[in-house]
Ligand binder design. Sequence first.
Ligand code: ATP
Ligand code: MG
Length: 508
Amino acid sequence: MPLTDAILRGIQQKIGGLNLISGVDEVGAVIESADGIARIRGLSSALNGELLEFPGKIYGTIFNLEKEEIICAILENHTKVKEGAWVKRTGHVIGISVGRSMLGRVLNPMGDPLDGLGPLAAESVAPLERPAPGVIDREPVRVPLQTGYKVVDALVPIGRGQRELIIGDRQTGKTTLAVDTIISQKDTGVISVYVAVGQKESTVVKLRHQLEKQDALKNTIIVEAPASAPAIEQYLAPFVGCAIAEYFMYEHKKDTLIIYDDLSKHAAAYRHISLLMRRPPGREAYPGDIFYLHSRLLERAAKLSQALGGGSMTALPIIETQGNDISAYIPTNVISITDGQIFLEADLFNSGLRPAVNAGISVSRVGGSAQIKAIRSISGTLRIDLAQYREKEAFSMFSSELDKETLRQLRKGAVMVELLKQDKNNPMPIEEQVVSIFAGVRELLDDLPVERILPFEAALLKHIRAKYRDVLRDIRKTQELPAELAETLKNIIENFKKEFLDVAIVSH
Ligand code: ATP
Ligand code: MG
């Protein structure tokens, strides 16, 4: 007998003749069932993450494999699973039926439609857990994913395949930023998946309506596990959304965008399940593997290599902070997993600065290389202007005599801060953003009163859209702003400003 066989036989005898290979038709028994958690004995060869079947076509997924017992979370109708019931292995991991018919639909994490628009046609099944693509399977992030917000696209640009965290206290505009990013994709061919975890159903209804009104629902799928849904559904929702995005990325070679709104509530759902399973609680009572939960989810965002079709998944996870505290456990974890973060602040929001992005501390580690040249060339100056403004602003409060240069910087900074404000549901195409920011950084707006800046911007863009369509087209097409075009743009803006100011004087 070869040595390896002898060793294997020895091991099998030692552990009691466990059959390591087959056993899919094994049947076990439920020894305890409460709160959606079942403790099971007798399925000695079941695997972690495997789907189990209970009487009445009820399913559960394995969370813990212990020495004698298996702990399983029941997916639906958990009250019908009683002590003493039989339970079978299925040999499958948990998956979701996917297909193109999901576009424009709202579904729960079990794949059931919630919008009353009839059943969904399945084309294949996507596993909820799947290894992230490796280094060879990826390409660098190079193509931009524009949010339509000047402050983000200019200062914290996002690239296709990137993971950018949106973080802030409650009611600071997190969801609005994410949803407007979806709206910006309506003509880009990007497929969006919006995952709502632990939110009010009415919020999701409004959001769906907004997407429909803006003609962006057609490319969007909403996965919803509201606050009233069982913790297991809230736990599964991001994985379901991710599996759907992966289906479009791998099988249809599409660029996809996924929003997890939000991972704080997802972490809370996981903590809830883990405590019911009597797993040892760690920091802030979260289980020890909470970091792994979010890292394995977010690692699946990628820009795929050409060999794999070149699709991508851009992930925008959202985290809610308490009192701006980003050093709490879940925020620090997710910050360390993502490629940058957009900080939204309640103080800024309440002072009327919307979107309330703190540009000083928001970063994007990979998006810069995906930014189009036209915007990159002007955003460098913008960043410096804003930094100087912040520095001098505080200082100017204590000093009455300011030199000319400081006054100029303060004036320019105030103009730029005003110019970066943007109303919700009003995403701006990148070529218009270029015009706007160009006017600001070239100091063409410095002689306008601050409250006239946004009205001027709107009027200017309207004027250019009507009379200089070719300028916008050239920026869009070439993605550049060469000196000649910049000069033309400058003249257009200056001439229009005269007109605008004349009208303003007459009307006063
Ligand atoms: P929550 O913590 O409740 O999830 P949130 O951070 O997701 O809140 P939103 O729901 O996006 O915040 O926005 C809060 C409110 O601010 C909403 O009424 C929204 O319409 C408004 N708002 C958000 N962004 C803007 C903006 N850029 N301009 C004007 N209003 C905005
Ligand atoms: Mg929100």
